[in-house]
Ligand binder design. Structure first.
Ligand code: GLN
Length: 205
C-alpha cells in the first residue's frame, strides 16, 4: 500500500479539475474516470458538479452505472458535490436513499454563497458556493443530514458516502475534502488494495 490514496474523479463533464487540484494539494493521487476500467484500484471517488442530465447520458454511454454501484457496494468512499449529489439519489445511481430536487433554489437568481453549519466539521461553518444547486427533498432514515439552508438539507451522509449541494472544491476551504480523505484512510485499513473490478485477488496499480 502506497502512502497516498488514489482518488478517482468522474471526468465525463463538469467541474472535475478543481476537485483534482484540491485533492493533489492535500497529498492525494488523482485519476480522471471516464470508463469502467478507470475504477480499478481506487481508494475513493468524487462525483463533481456539472449538469446531471449530461452526466447521466455519459454514464449510460460508457456503461458506468453498474461498475459505480459495485464500487459503492465494495465500501469505497464516495463524495458527490452539486450535480454529484443528484447522481447519488434514488432516481439516478441510487447510492443514497434520498431524492434530490434539481435547481431547487431557482435557476439563476439563486446562485449564491452562504455560511453553512455542518455537523462533524471542526472549525466552524463553511462558506458554500451554490450554483443552480439542488437540495435533498426527502430521505430515508439511513441518511444523516449534516447541514441545511433555509430548512432544506444541503449536506448529508449515508455510510461511506458524503454529498453536498454546493461547490466545496472552489475557494480555499479544504476541510470537506480533508474529511473525505479521512474516511478514505479509514476505509483503506479495511481494504488496503483499493477497489478491484474482478473481486478480491487481482489488482493493477
Ligand atoms: N443544476 C445542475 C443540475 O441540475 C447542477 C448544478 C451544479 O452542479 N452546479 O444538474
Amino acid at each position: 500500500m502506497t502512502d497516498e490514496p488514489l482518488i478517482g474523479v468522474l471526468a465525463l463533464q463538469g467541474g472535475f479539475e478543481a476537485h483534482e487540484r484540491m485533492l493533489r494539494r492535500l497529498g492525494a493521487c488523482t485519476r480522471e474516470v471516464r470508463v469502467p476500467g478507470d475504477l480499478e484500484g481506487l481508494d475513493g471517488l468524487i462525483l463533481p458538479g456539472g449538469e446531471s442530465t449530461t452526466m447521466t447520458l455519459g454514464i449510460a454511454r460508457e456503461g458506468l452505472a453498474e461498475p459505480l454501484r459495485r464500487l459503492a457496494a465494495g465500501g469505497t468512499p464516495i463524495f458527490g458535490s452539486c450535480a454529484g449529489l443528484i447522481m447519488l439519489d434514488r432516481d439516478h445511481l441510487g447510492l443514497m436513499d434520498m431524492r434530490a430536487d434539481r435547481n431547487a433554489f431557482g435557476r439563476q437568481i439563486r446562485s449564491f454563497e452562504e455560511e453553512v453549519e455542518l455537523s462533524g466539521l471542526d472549525g466552524g461553518s463553511i462558506r458554500g458556493i451554490f450554483i443552480r444547486a439542488p437540495w435533498i427533498a426527502e430521505h430515508g432514515s439511513d441518511v444523516e443530514v449534516l447541514g441545511s439552508v433555509d430548512g432544506h438539507p444541503v449536506a448529508a451522509r449515508q455510510g461511506k458516502i458524503l454529498a453536498v449541494s454546493f461547490h466545496s472544491e472552489l475557494g480555499e476551504d479544504d476541510r470537506l475534502h480533508r474529511l473525505f480523505l479521512d474516511r478514505v484512510a479509514e476505509a483503506r485499513l479495511e481494504h488496503p488494495h483499493g477497489h478491484t473490478l474482478e473481486g478480491a485477488g487481482r489488482r493493477v496499480r
